[in-house]
Design a binder for this molecule. Structure first.
Ligand code: UT7
Length: 333
């Protein structure tokens, strides 16, 4: 028995924010953003309407509907996010409550851009060893409320967007179908190259208030963009090749690579490096920006709805990001 995705769903907030709108808030411009990242617009959560948990809940409902399942069928929740509603508890329990699931386990995954792939890997273990029949995996992010929207933060803030994606996994005994492998990696020596350092237990909220320093940017995400970019292109290619090699497959066998939507230039670089055709790589960062743990399940759900994933297709999901963490999940649909 192998694990397999039975249904996908996504939720994008209604608020579309163009590059031109960002240019009214900071010193940036449409051409720079498109040239360096490929992004034309992103979605921002509607205040008072969308939260990380609420967006995840909506995406999860749609994934359950697509699978023909109900919340009562779910045996385990895995919720990946770096932008939870609360510092604690994590949003997994909110999802359990919002959906009206039984008092099942709800695990929160803290692996940023790789969070969804990390979560798939855990779901796969539970399903293959028979500890669960159906696992709900959700990636949801609400970045917009926590970005530095001044010119100081422009190298980070123009990239990120909000949204959620979800999948329901079950088991299959159809020969050849299902999750073929997952591979996870980390390299913590680069933890601070893409990070949000405060508030934290090392620099708690009273200290930040006491400093009252308008130049203090420790509570905004920071990114050493060039450094991250250089590592991303190497690790993405490595982890994709690792998955193919361990399954004695090659790039020509791939129907679709769904990379974490970090930067269109990164995806194009990988496509070229691996010799993939354009139709073998799915990109939607142009419309949503980088939605971190939500980007792969949003893309997966969109690709499926567009008919670009059919039964029997070989689908590669690969991610790289803060940690650094990276990983792959290879599935025969
Ligand atoms: O999802 C997690 C993984 N994250 C990633 O994979 C992101 C990886 N990194 C990147 O995608 C790119 O490094 C960025 C898109 C973030 C930045 O692109 P870059 O080509 O590396 O630009 P840069 O940081 O080297 O900056 C080039 C110039 C600088 O000006 P000077 O020093 O050359 O005068 C920046 O100040 O562009 C300037 N700049 C901007 N200009 C207009 C930086 N951000 C902006 C901006 N608008 N938003």
């Amino acid at each position: 028995m192998k694990s397999i995705i039975l249904g996908t769903g996504r939720y994008l907030p209604s608020n579309v924010v163009t590059n031109h709108e960002l240019a009214q808030r900071m010193d940036t411009n449409h051409d720079w953003i498109v040239e360096r990242t490929g992004i034309h617009e992103r979605r921002y959560a509607v205040p008072g309407v969308d939260t990380t948990a609420s967006m995840g809940t909506e995406a999860a409902k749609r994934a359950l509907d697509a699978a023909g399942l109900t919340p009562q069928d779910v045996d385990l929740i895995l919720f990946a996010t770096l932008s939870p509603d609360y510092y604690f508890p994590g949003p997994g329990v909110q999802l359990q409550h919002n959906l009206g699931c039984r008092t099942i386990g709800a695990i929160d995954i803290r692996n940023q851009c790789s969070g969804f792939v990390y979560a798939l890997s855990i779901a796969d273990q539970y399903l293959r060893n028979g500890a669960a029949n159906h696992v709900l995996v959700v990636g949801s992010e609400l970045h917009s409320a926590g970005l530095d929207m001044s010119t100081r933060g422009r190298n980070v803030s123009v990239i990120f967007g909000d949204g959620a994606g979800a999948v329901v996994l079950g088991r299959t005994d159809e020969p050849g179908r299902g999750m073929l492998s997952t591979h996870l990696h980390s390299q913590g020596e680069h933890a601070e190259e893409l990070a949000l350092l405060g508030p934290s237990t090392r620099d708690w909220i009273p200290e930040i208030f006491q400093r009252n320093d308008p130049e203090d940017v420790s509570y905004f995400p920071r990114m050493n963009g060039n450094f991250v970019f250089k590592h991303a292109v190497v690790r993405f290619a490595e982890v994709i090749e690792e998955a193919l090699t361990s399954n004695q497959l090659s790039t020509s066998d791939l129907r679709l690579l769904i990379p974490h939507q970090a930067n269109l230039r990164i995806a194009q670089f990988i496509q070229q490096k691996l010799g993939l055709r354009e139709d073998q790589v799915y990109n939607n960062i142009m419309r949503y920006g980088n939605t971190t743990a939500a980007s792969i399940p949003i893309a997966l759900s969109e690709a499926f709805d567009e008919g670009r994933i059919q039964k029997g297709d070989l689908i590669m999901m690969a991610a790289f990001g803060s940690g650094f963490t990276w990983g792959s999940a290879l599935m025969r649909w």
